[in-house]
Design a protein. Structure first.
Length: 146
């Protein structure tokens, strides 16, 4: 089942309406899922087909999906929120030059927070982000900043 079908089925099961606009947003999410797109990136793609769609509509649609736990927000401290269509616990590989973000599905069992550092929290999961330079960026010279 495609992501679009999966989301439409889940929304209908919750008695929600699925407008054509939403369908285009789901399609854009699916197309860009490997990049973990931002709301602005989704808007850019949807506007190619629906020029009148607003950022508010895109935001609301994405946040509804997050509330229904059909989508996850990822904040890597880059000053933007990305959306992740993979709602299973997983880890990430981030290119520090172009912002490409890929999923890693391996488990890192050695990662544990000692009790004295947990500050009373009941820790239920953790995320590992590996940062570096992706293959594409390794072959291009970084642009000089003035
Ligand atoms: Zn890169
Ligand atoms: Zn991810």
């Amino acid at each position: 089942m495609s992501l679009e079908e999966r989301l439409v089925t889940a929304l209908k099961a919750r008695g929600k309406k699925v407008t054509p606009q939403r369908r285009f947003i789901f399609q854009a999410l699916e197309k860009e899922s490997h990049r973990h797109p931002t709301a602005e990136e989704i808007l850019k793609i949807v506007r190619k087909t629906l020029p009148d769609v607003s950022l508010t509509t895109v935001y609301n649609t994405l946040h509804n999906l997050v509330e229904m736990e059909l989508l996850r927000q990822v904040d890597l401290g880059e000053g933007m929120t990305r959306f992740d269509t993979n709602t299973d616990i997983h880890h990430h590989l981030l290119c520090k030059r172009c912002g490409r973000l890929e999923d890693i599905h391996r488990q890192f069992r050695g990662v544990a927070l000692p009790k004295e550092d947990a500050r009373g929290f009941v820790v239920t999961s953790h995320q590992v982000i590996f940062e570096g330079v992706c293959p594409d960026c390794q072959t291009t010279t970084p642009t000089l900043k003035h």
